[in-house]
Design a protein around this ligand. Sequence first.
Ligand code: AMP
Ligand code: MG
Length: 403
Amino acid sequence: MLEVKTPEEVLRLIEKEFIPCGLSETVLLSEALGRVLAEDIKADEFVPDFDRSTVDGYALRAKDTFGCSDAIPAVLSLAGEIRMGEAAEINVPRDFCAYVPTGGAIPEGCDCVVMVEYTEDYGDGTIGILKPGAPGMNMIFRGDDVFPGKTVLKSGRVLSPQDIGALAAIGRILVPVRPHLRVGVISTGDELVSTDSTPGPGQVRDVNSPMLEALLKDFGAEPVNFGIVTDDEKLLKEKTAAAAENCDAVIISGGSSAGVKDAACRIIDELGELLFHGIAIKPGKPTILGKTGNKPLIGLPGHPVAALFVAKLFVLPLLAQLEGRKMRSWPVRAELAESLNANHGRMQVNACCLEEGDGKLKAVPVRSKSGLITQLAGADGYLVIGRDLEGLPKDAEVEVYWH
Ligand code: AMP
Ligand code: MG
């Protein structure tokens, strides 16, 4: 009988038994997608470096437009036009305004932008403003996205396209990342033949090695193929030892049950320390985990479907732990840290960060304007509010999907 662990126990054991590696290498930003960030990245600049408009319109002083309306427009003199990519060097005195395109710089003294839709150009150097402005309206301020000293990305993130965008915004062209993990892959069974052979009577092609290697590549690790080994305990032990010597982790598939011919458990026990044999999941119960030093020795069931599920649910989080990378294989339940309004009638997706607090996991919603790339880049995942809801109260239980 196997003494099985629950899936949660296995994940806790992984966190307890394996130490994240501290290694780092530098890559170009253009090569950094999918790599694991090895250090916190702090900005040393303001992004944006100037106050900007978020609309096409007229930059002005809000107080020059208070009380105006369609019927009684505020009439301001046009001081000039701001050009994209140029400093806002136009002098805009009181009761003047300046045309500014989306993303253009706001001239000194102006405190808001009124959208062009709510204005009328009288053609004589004056502009009618039909809706009053309010300070800060339609603007992004200097440093709204990033300011010097702000942590833009935390160590352990797998760099996503939005993270690459954030690094580009702050001018980071060299990025510290974790080296790829090398993972040895061994298939074992007297019945197995290689993919390029035709199976004889009673034989089957080795499915697990190519499949696990693909999974590892997809994850960002470097698989190292140690071939097919027969159910010969001595040979399998030699191969496993060689793989452990050469790699950061070893996966053996097949021979993981408690049968006489199933040697994986004994071998892992002899080469290192056996941590457990058996997980309470179906399929995938006869799974083995051991370690030699900080290197995991993993025994997966031979059935390809079982091998795949166990690899996705447990082996990838284990490799993530070795890289100090944040990862969960299934949605995480968390309590909403603040209430969230939703757009009734449409499904709403909201980015969020996960934080540990009073022994509970909290989902902190990211409230971002669409011009602010780094706020989204800092998020851990996202939650979904169904289209039948008008929002969720604080402390509501949510499921957070990882990026
Ligand atoms: P085992 O875990 O060794 O008892 O194998 C369980 C089942 O999985 C048997 O039917 C094996 O033939 C099959 N199996 C084991 N390893 C592989 C593999 N690498 N590719 C495809 N099938 C396999
Ligand atoms: Mg077998």
